[in-house]
Write a protein that binds this ligand. Structure first.
Ligand SMILES: Nc1ncnc2c1ncn2[C@@H]1O[C@H](COP(=O)(O)OP(=O)(O)OP(=O)(O)O)[C@@H](O)[C@H]1O
Length: 249
């Protein structure tokens, strides 16, 4: 079985009387896309926030790369390699795609004293930044300002930045939101390849994308995982069909 990179065990989180996360256990393995689906208000975002560190679970444990991370802050988790979701865009829109990634490489190298060297000719920044752009398929778009990239390309650029910062796994909360059908189709192809770079825990309402991409799916309803399995297992699970996929019976 593939190596587990992220593991949640018996996670619980309540808001007053509401159990938004109710004894959730799941894992993410190297090379896979694990999709988290469920109706509105099921607790998907609440779960992602607890993994990213913006919410603290009441009980339960989260391990990343074999290390307990529940007590760590957002920045520390990111430093360990937990890639952020798209809640806040970190792009400098007037800078080129390349320059955006170079800023990330520079911050990772921790070197800000470069007064004597024109930044855009600094090979120690340009080469790793170009490599990260190539990993997300944006090598040919390196000179385009971030503001002129398509919605999907900006997300690819954010992922290139995360890879340049050392991300080992991605938490993606509705990455297709706001994309048209063509954009979603292209981005689906992109995510399909991205799983080889780093595994993805994917929250997504676009069921075509989820069924096309997921190695495993977990279904959350009222904070609980009611089923977990392959696409075929989830498609044919009667409880899932009743609770989420709109089976009339
Ligand atoms: N900070 C909060 N305080 C109180 N209740 C909250 C808070 N955040 C979320 N909730 C509640 O927790 C439940 C789960 O919300 P959450 O946003 O995690 O669901 P979701 O599955 O991501 O929904 P959607 O698919 O609509 O994004 C909802 O009933 C929501 O109203």
């Amino acid at each position: 079985m593939a190596e587990t990179i992220l593991e949640l065990r018996n996670l619980c989180k309540s808001f007053g009387a509401l159990k938004a996360t109710d004894d959730v256990s799941l894992d993410l393995r190297v090379g896979e896309i694990h999709a988290l689906i469920g109706p509105n208000g099921a607790g998907k975002s609440t779960l992602i926030h607890q993994i990213a560190g913006t919410l603290t679970p009441d009980t339960g444990t989260i391990e990343f790369l074999g290390r307990p991370i529940s007590q760590l802050g957002v920045a520390e988790r990111a430093r360990l390699g937990l890639g952020r979701s798209f809640q806040v865009s970190s792009l400098a829109s007037e800078f080129s795609a390349l320059r955006n990634v170079m800023l990330a490489v520079q911050s990772r190298q921790g070197s800000s004293f470069r007064f004597f060297k024109p930044v855009m000719r600094d090979r120690s920044l340009v080469e790793p930044a170009m490599a990260a752009l190539a990993r997300v398929g944006l090598k040919d778009r390196a000179d385009i300002p971030a503001a002129e990239l398509s919605h999907g390309e900006r997300r690819q650029l954010e992922i290139a930045i995360a890879l340049a910062l050392g991300s080992r796994a991605f938490l993606l909360d509705e990455p297709m939101a706001g994309m048209g059908p063509e954009g979603s189709r292209q981005f689906t192809g992109f995510l399909d390849a991205l799983r080889q770079e780093a595994p993805i825990l994917l929250v997504e309402h676009d069921m075509d994308a989820v069924f096309a991409l997921a190695d495993r799916i977990s279904v959350l309803v009222y904070g609980r995982i009611i089923a977990s399995g392959t696409v075929e297992e989830i498609r044919h699970n009667p409880e899932v069909r009743r609770a989420y996929l709109g089976d009339p019976q």
